[in-house]
Write a protein that binds this ligand. Structure first.
Ligand SMILES: [Zn+2]
Length: 102
């Protein structure tokens, strides 16, 4: 099996729909802050990856940015803040607004 070649950071790299959905399901929040820290590490060390989405997901999961366990969690449906309250559902945590609309 051929390995996909690694590439430099794409100029337009950001938080993709795929990463956003994954983070919502897993309950990871503060994606913008995670992305910012990830990009700094990439620049600092000149990292290259074959999948930038996967690399960002690992950075979020491993909490490179050290945002800690106190990080805000987001709604699995709308990606919004759960600060105003939430309900635990199979798909993850769901905010009161989405819960009320269900
Ligand atoms: Zn919601």
């Amino acid at each position: 099996m051929k390995r996909r070649p690694t590439t430099d950071l794409p100029a337009d790299f950001g938080i993709s729909e795929r990463v956003r959905k994954w983070a919502a399901v897993k309950g990871y929040g503060n994606l913008d802050q995670h992305l910012e820290y990830f990009l700094l590490q990439v620049e600092k060390f000149g990292y290259r990856y074959s999948s930038w989405d996967a690399a960002l997901m690992v950075a979020v999961r491993d909490d490179w940015a050290r945002l800690g366990k106190g990080q805000a969690q987001v709604c699995a449906k709308c990606g919004g803040s759960l600060r105003a309250g939430h309900t635990k559902r199979k798909i993850g945590l769901v905010c009161n607004d989405c819960e009320a609309a269900a």
